[in-house]
Design a binder for this molecule. Structure first.
Ligand code: FES
Ligand SMILES: [Fe+2]
Length: 405
């Protein structure tokens, strides 16, 4: 079996095998806190610079309550802005992606912005009295590009710069030539699942379920699959294929067509790798393709699953076929995971359910919960506080843990 050149935190001999209390999957007030302390303040991957190759190309990235647009300017620079007109807040671009010819024209009253976000002019400017145009540009959103992937952060937070945060992944992303990836044909996808976002992440954070729940993946790499637990909210999962012939239609053919990629280091050849980033995103690479996926909460019981798929440039025919077959395997896997998420989420409503009792193979899930509890210690309370008390109780617990002595 190949070694992966990243160390993992060992699973302790004895650890608390319980998950988060059920109420944390249902509370509106907790979701408001998660939004404020987690989703707005932690880096979110939004796309790739090659999603917008030409000046005027843009893609949108929506979060509950916030919305951004990432756009390439006339100067070739990629910038991120709040998708929020400075007049009355309309979306300046509408939809998931598009192209603005030379300028962004707000669809509400027609204010015009340059592709660098500066205001070119208001419609009927004389009706605004004296107005300093320079003060009304689109508001920037903090942005960083890491090996081509565009990360956004809506508010300052505890994570360092993406380049530092993801430094342990840098060599692998470079080996995969992530910076040169191109969007696949059906690159962007999104749909809503009626569960709490943590129910999706809980399922994705462990590989214990692969053997039974994912027959395709089990056949492909189940015998070699492993999870690595890194620090700072990072994780890696990897499975190597090719040690056994496949039986299913897609896997059997995939094993025939998957490119050998002698250019990759040994630990990435014939591997499917998954690079996790706290709190809600995963980058997945295979020898022929790459993608990221993430969960964005809409309501306590509603989550938008979204992601983007990429391919390498100069794709050979066999590689293209392999990418199609990998997509078929993934499509089945995702459907299986969605069902598991729904069941897991439903259990949180049952009076009979006593909570998770986790295996060592599910330690990644515990680490995710621990990271959540550090930021939102109210999640340590076994019983739900009153909704109106949740924010206050949380701040009390933070004060108590940081008080000297
Ligand atoms: S809201 Fe954009 S022009 Fe009025
Ligand atoms: Fe799964």
């Amino acid at each position: 079996m190949t070694d992966f050149p990243l160390g993992t935190r060992a699973v302790p001999d004895a650890w608390d095998r319980r998950g988060l209390p059920a109420w944390t999957y249902r509370s509106e007030a907790l979701l408001a806190l998660e939004r404020e302390r987690l989703f707005l303040t932690h880096w979110q991957v939004a796309g790739h610079v090659n999603d917008i190759p030409a000046p005027g190309d843009w893609f949108a990235f929506d979060m509950p309550g916030e919305r951004a647009v990432v756009m390439r300017g006339e100067d070739g620079q990629v910038r991120a802005f709040h998708n929020l007109c400075r007049h009355r807040g309309a979306r300046v671009v509408d939809g998931a992606r598009g192209h603005c010819r030379g300028a962004v024209v707000c669809p509400f009253h027609g204010w015009v912005y340059n592709l660098d976000g500066s205001l070119r002019g208001a419609a009927r400017p004389s009706t605004f009295g004296a107005m300093d145009r320079a003060a009304f540009g689109l508001k920037p959103v903090e942005m960083e590009v890491f090996h081509g992937f565009v990360f956004l952060r809506f508010a300052p937070g505890p994570q360092p710069a993406v380049a530092d945060l993801l430094a342990p992944f840098a060599a692998d992303f470079a080996a995969y030539r992530a910076g040169g990836l191109l969007p696949a044909e059906r690159s962007h996808w999104a749909f809503d699942l009626p569960v709490n976002w943590k129910s999706v992440r809980d399922v994705d954070n462990e590989g214990y379920h692969v053997a039974l729940a994912h027959p395709g993946l089990q056949e492909l790499y189940g015998r070699t699959y492993r999870d690595l637990h890194l620090d700072d909210g990072l994780s890696v999962s990897v499975g190597w294929f090719g040690d056994a012939p496949g039986r299913g239609w897609s896997v059997r053919r995939y094993l025939r067509h998957a490119p050998a990629r002698p250019d990759l280091p040994p630990h990435l050849r014939r591997a499917w790798t998954y690079y996790g980033l706290f709190p809600n995103a995963v980058f997945a690479f295979t020898p022929e393709a790459a993608q990221f996926y993430q969960e964005l909460p809409v309501a306590p019981g509603l989550t938008r699953l979204t992601g983007r798929m990429y391919r390498g440039p100069d794709e050979a025919r066999a590689t293209r076929i392999a990418r199609y077959l990998a997509w078929r395997i993934d499509r089945a896997t995702s459907a299986e995971d969605r069902q598991l998420s729904v069941w897991s989420d439903e259990s949180m409503r049952s009076a009979a359910f006593e909570g998770f009792h986790l295996s060592d193979l599910e330690y990644g899930l515990r680490r995710h919960h621990d990271a959540l509890r550090r930021i939102l210690p109210v999640m340590t309370l076994p019983e739900a506080p009153a909704e109106g008390e949740i924010a206050r109780r949380n701040d009390e617990l933070i004060d108590r843990s940081t008080r000297p002595g």
